[in-house]
Structures are given as structure tokens and as C-alpha cells.
Design a protein. Structure first.
Lengths: 361, 123
């Protein structure tokens, strides 16, 4: 049994969403700009390509940042190739809707994307489940979208990108946590689109010059959300909330938690709703995607460094297919101490996403 | 192309041009045949980093810093892994970003008008 918590799929062009959009938005998508509505994107480019080169399907548009992957290619190159029993689909370009300045437009694009994903992939391939893309900058609309599609069995969570205007623990986001909590859906905070659109720069140091710098730092948005969620008492106010931190690495969370636990002791009066040490909420409510699995020359150094995260309970296997830093499942899992392996391979994800128990394991 | 035992043969005029690869089956092993500077080289189709099918990666020209300036190295002399984009020198199999890693290389010889790739180590 293998559950992959991070597979990326996207449309070939925004025009693919036209059949799922209302008439005024269709008009905007077709008529805006020079060649239709353009999405903001990273100011950096990966020097040799964003995606695994052996899965390119560029289609008719040569300049897209993220490549189009057909369902057949996904099956052949990933689901069948690695025996993935369940793959959880995260967005590619659609993640940018959350950092568009025009929040109303973002909401309409999110709805169209979710309908497109449901019809084109999730209902066509029983091994796939989806994360609901929402306009995070417009929490009331995001909550409406969660309630609109969250009842479908094919959607098993809510996606929030690392790039944002305000960290996700802030009370302005309460409608999102309330809706997710009400439907029993976990929320994945996934690094994406930091420094893009209305999102702040990837770090307070200012904008890095190179893609390699950005990709090393891109978890910073997630770390801000992680600490914000803990300090705003989200898990006290919405006790059924589960959060996955996806593609932010593992080691940084150890240092953050040690520092936050220490600071909480001195500053508890500022956040009295946090009744427990912050790390204690993590064991009950937070899980971590395995990719990018940090790779020191001596793997034992990594296992010692992340032991505090209780990875046997909190780690979820994630491939990041088809991106360039994809972690192949068997090689990733083989590195783990044997007593962690089954939990990381599927048991932790099954419990976190509340999936039915597999008939055969 | 013919293949049997520990070697594969193909007509010299079917050998790849610089910048491309010709895939061969050599005794059950997938091998990529390349040409750099008019010399043929054979590499295993397996990246020693994470086992990716290396030979489906792009043949590229290395970008280097020389005397403080950005410069290009020998044209079309490296293959870039399709997964994680690590770079390998085609002529030696040497990994350019991790000196501990090397792609398996195979012997390439000419026998009249035929190219012979064998499972032997290069001379």
C-alpha cells in the first residue's frame, strides 16, 4: 500500500477552464492582456526546467511554466510505475489564484479549476483524490467553495499556498478554518508562489537574485503560517482541524518548534488561548510531507535531527511528481528506519485524511 | 543493430550525432551511445544518484565560471539527469556536482564499419 500526498496536475492553459467558467469570466480570460488573461508567476526560472524532463507534454503552448500532464501519462509514469494506490492531487498554476489581487476573480477561477479537476481527473481515475483550491485572500468566498465541493468524496482536503498576504493563523481566515473543520477536511499548506502577486517577499531579507536561493528559502512562508496557526490557537478554536505542511522540508520545523516552545514559556500571557506547549498541538494536529527529503551525506544525521518531530507518527510520503526535485518512493522509503516505513508509506496518511481502511494491504 | 552476449553492434552510419543519444541493449543492459568531439562513448541508462533513466536526459553544454566570468565548456559534452538535473560528463561518466558519483561507462570500439559496444570497461 502506497499513498502519495503530493502529486501536481495542472491545465495546459487557462483556456482549459473556459467550459467551467461563468460568461463574464470567460470573456475576461479570452480578452484580457495580449493573449488572454495571464497569471503572475515567479520572477525566477529554474535554470534547467521546472519538471522532470522525461514527462514533458508541452502541448501547443511552448512557454508555460508548468507542463501539462495527461491522465495517461500520470498513470504510466507514476501511478502504475510505482504502484501508487492513492495519489493526492495538489495544484500547479492554480495555486496562484490565492495571490491574485482581484479576489473575486480568484474565487471564480478556483471554482472552475475544482470542477475541471473533478471531471477530468478525479472522476476518471479512482486512485486520485483532490485538494480543494480556494481564494485564500477572500476567506468568505473560500469557505463557500469548501462547502460547495467539499462533500464530494473525491476531495479530501483544502489547499493553501505558502505565498500569502497575511499568515494563516490570523483571525481573518477563521471562515476557512470553520468550513474545513465543519466538513472534517484537513488543510495542506504547501510551498508555492512566495514573492508572487500579493504575497510578501520570500524572506524579510528582500528578494533573492537566483532561483537556487529562492528554492532553498521557499519554505519560509510555510514556517510563518505554521507558527501563526499555532500561536493563534487554531487547534483550540477549531479542535477537529488537521494541517499538513507539504514541501517545506523537515529539519527547519524542529528548530522552529524548539524555539517556539521556549518562547511560549516566557510569552504565554500574550497568547493565553494556547493552553499547551505549542509542540503538543503538533503531535495531535499536524503532519509533514516527506519531500524534499533532506539528504546529508550521512543519512543518520538526518534521522537524529528529525527524531523530535516523531516522524513515525507525523511523516507522510510525498513525491512532488512531476517536479524536478521529485522523490522516488522506494528509494525514499528504503532510507527510513524499518520501523517507520509502513507508517510513512500509508498508515499516517490514511489516518490523517480519514481514508477507508484498505481491503488488502 | 545486433545484440548478443556481452556486446551490441550497429553500423557506423547509424551512430548518433553530437547532442543526441542512441539507445542500445547490451547483454540485457540499457546503454546510451553518445558522440562528443567526434568520439563515441557509452553510458549506463541509470543515474547513480537516484536511479533515474539517465539517457532520457538532455545532452547539454556545461556552464562554468572562468576567471570570474561566466563561460561555456565543451559543447554538448554532458548529459543532465531528467529527474534532479544533476550533470555527468559523457566522456568519463564523472558527476559534476558530487565527486563520489560516476555513471557506469562501457567500452566502445570500431570493427570496420561497425560500432561495437561491450560490457567491458573502457580502455
Amino acid at each position: 500500500m502506497l499513498i502519495d500526498c503530493d502529486i501536481h496536475l495542472g491545465y495546459e492553459t487557462l483556456a482549459d477552464l473556459l467550459p467551467y467558467l461563468d460568461a463574464p469570466t470567460r470573456e475576461l480570460v479570452v480578452s484580457s492582456g495580449t493573449n488572454g488573461l495571464a497569471m503572475p508567476t515567479y520572477p525566477w526560472n529554474h535554470p534547467t526546467g521546472w519538471d522532470r524532463q522525461d514527462v514533458y507534454e508541452r502541448g501547443d503552448v511552448p512557454s508555460t511554466d508548468f507542463v501539462f500532464i495527461s491522465l495517461d501519462t500520470l498513470r504510466e509514469r507514476h501511478l502504475d510505475a510505482y504502484g501508487v494506490d492513492l495519489g493526492i492531487v495538489e495544484p500547479d498554476e492554480a495555486a496562484v489564484f490565492s495571490v491574485l489581487p482581484n479576489a473575486q476573480l480568484a474565487g471564480r477561477l478556483c471554482s472552475a479549476y475544482n470542477d475541471w479537476l473533478l471531471e477530468r481527473f478525479l472522476q476518471e481515475e479512482r486512485r486520485l483524490r483532490g485538494m480543494i483550491v480556494v481564494p485564500a485572500q477572500y476567506p468568505e468566498a473560500a469557505a463557500r467553495e469548501i462547502r460547495r465541493v467539499g462533500g464530494h468524496d473525491e476531495f479530501i482536503g483544502v489547499f493553501l499556498p505558502g505565498g500569502a498576504r497575511v499568515p494563516y493563523g490570523n483571525p481573518i481566515y477563521d471562515p476557512i478554518w470553520e468550513a474545513a473543520n465543519e466538513l472534517g477536511l484537513p488543510v495542506a499548506v504547501h510551498t508555492h508562489y512566495e514573492s508572487v502577486g500579493i504575497a510578501g517577499p520570500v524572506t524579510a531579507a528582500g528578494m533573492p537574485d537566483h532561483y537556487v536561493e529562492y528554492h532553498t528559502l521557499c519554505g519560509s512562508g510555510m514556517y510563518g503560517h505554521f507558527v501563526s496557526i499555532l500561536c493563534h490557537g487554531i487547534f483550540e478554536r477549531f479542535p477537529d482541524t488537521r494541517v499538513a505542511m507539504v514541501e517545506g522540508g523537515l529539519v527547519p520545523f524542529v528548530g522552529l518548534l524548539w524555539r517556539l516552545d521556549t518562547n511560549w514559556k516566557a510569552c504565554r500571557s500574550e497568547i493565553p488561548w494556547c493552553r499547551r506547549r505549542p509542540s503538543e498541538y503538533v503531535w495531535d494536529h499536524v503532519r509533514f510531507g516527506s519531500q524534499p527529503f533532506e539528504s546529508p551525506d550521512d543519512p543518520q544525521q538526518l534521522f537524529a535531527a528529525i527524531e523530535f518531530l516523531r516522524p513515525w507518527d507525523t511523516l507522510l510520503y510525498a513525491s512532488d511528481f512531476p517536479h524536478w526535485d521529485f522523490d522516488e518512493p522506494e528509494q525514499t522509503l528504503r532510507q527510513l528506519p524499518s520501523e517507520w516505513r509502513d507508517n510513512v508509506r500509508w498508515r499516517n496518511a490514511q489516518a490523517f485524511f480519514r481514508l477507508p481502511a484498505p481491503a488488502v494491504v | 543493430m545486433s545484440s548478443g552476449g556481452r556486446e551490441a553492434r550497429l553500423p557506423l552510419d547509424e551512430a548518433p550525432a553530437e547532442g543526441s543519444v542512441r539507445m542500445l541493449d547490451v547483454g540485457g543492459h540499457r546503454v546510451g551511445l553518445y558522440r562528443v568531439d567526434d568520439t563515441l562513448y557509452a553510458l549506463a541508462d541509470r543515474c547513480p544518484h537516484r536511479g533515474a533513466p539517465l539517457c532520457s536526459g538532455r545532452v547539454a553544454t556545461p556552464v562554468e565560471a572562468r576567471d570570474g566570468l561566466i563561460a561555456v565548456g565543451k559543447p554538448r559534452s554532458i548529459v543532465r539527469c531528467p529527474w534532479h538535473k544533476w550533470e555527468y560528463e559523457i566522456s568519463t561518466g564523472r558527476c559534476l556536482v558530487d565527486e563520489r558519483l560516476r555513471v557506469r561507462t562501457y567500452a566502445v570500439a570500431l570493427d570496420g564499419e561497425e560500432v561495437v559496444v561491450s560490457l567491458d570497461r573502457p580502455a
